[in-house]
Design a protein around this ligand. Structure first.
Ligand code: ZN
Ligand code: ZN
Length: 179
C-alpha cells in the first residue's frame, strides 16, 4: 500500500496492518533462499502523521516468522514484536548533491518518493531488523555433531569430537608448513 503526503489528513491516519498485501521476505537480490517466511498474519497498526517536512510513521508490528536455527538447522518459529518509528522527508528537503555525503552520516531519515511511502516495504524492513544474525531455536541449542552430523539436542551420539578437533588442528599446521 502506497501512501502519499496528500493522502494523510491533518489529524493523521491509522492503518491496520491486516490491510497490507502479503509481504515477500526474500531479499531483492535473491539472497537467503532458505530465508525466513511468514508464519502468521501481521498484526498491529501504523499511525501516519503529516509533519511540516514529511511523514512520520509510528506503530507496533507483531507477527512470527519461520526460519532455520543457525546451530541445528531445524526450522523454528520466531515471534516478532517491533516498535516502528520512521521519518520520511519531502523530496524538496533532500540535501543537495554536494552535501549528500555529509548528510548521510548523521541522518536516519528516508525521503519520500513521488508515489509516497510503501507500507509493505517499511514493515518488511522492520521484520528483517528484528531477526538476529544468528537465530537460535533455543539459547541452549547444542547444534549438530561435527563428526556424524547427529542432532545433539536429541541426545549425545557418542562421537569423540575432542579427538577429531585435534586432528583438524594438526592438519591445519601441516598445511601451513607446506612450502
Ligand atoms: Zn537449534
Ligand atoms: Zn556424532
Amino acid at each position: 500500500m502506497k501512501v502519499r503526503w496528500e493522502d494523510i489528513p491533518p489529524e493523521g491516519r491509522a492503518i491496520s496492518l491486516d490491510q497490507l498485501s502479503p509481504l515477500s521476505l526474500a531479499t531483492p537480490d535473491g539472497e537467503m533462499v532458505e530465508g525466513p517466511r511468514s508464519a502468521s498474519a501481521i498484526e498491529g497498526t501504523l499511525l501516519l502523521q503529516r509533519t511540516r517536512k514529511g511523514i512520520e510513521v509510528k506503530g507496533t508490528i507483531r507477527t512470527a516468522v519461520v526460519l532455520p536455527c543457525a546451530r541445528c538447522l531445524k526450522e523454528f518459529t520466531l515471534p516478532i514484536a517491533s516498535e516502528c518509528e520512521e521519518s520520511f522527508l519531502l523530496p524538496k528537503y533532500a540535501p543537495a548533491e554536494e552535501d549528500t555525503e555529509l548528510a548521510n552520516d548523521d541522518m536516519d531519515v528516508s525521503f519520500l518518493s513521488e508515489e509516497g511511502i510503501d507500507l509493505e516495504d517499511i514493515v518488511a524492513e522492520q521484520i528483517w531488523l528484528s531477526i538476529p544474525i544468528k537465530p537460535l531455536c533455543d539459547e541452549q541449542c547444542k547444534g549438530l555433531c561435527s563428526v556424524c552430523g547427529g542432532e545433539l539436542n536429541r541426545g549425545e551420539c557418542g562421537c569423540d569430537r575432542q579427538y577429531t578437533d585435534h586432528r583438524f588442528a594438526a592438519l591445519k599446521t601441516l598445511r601451513l608448513n607446506v612450502p
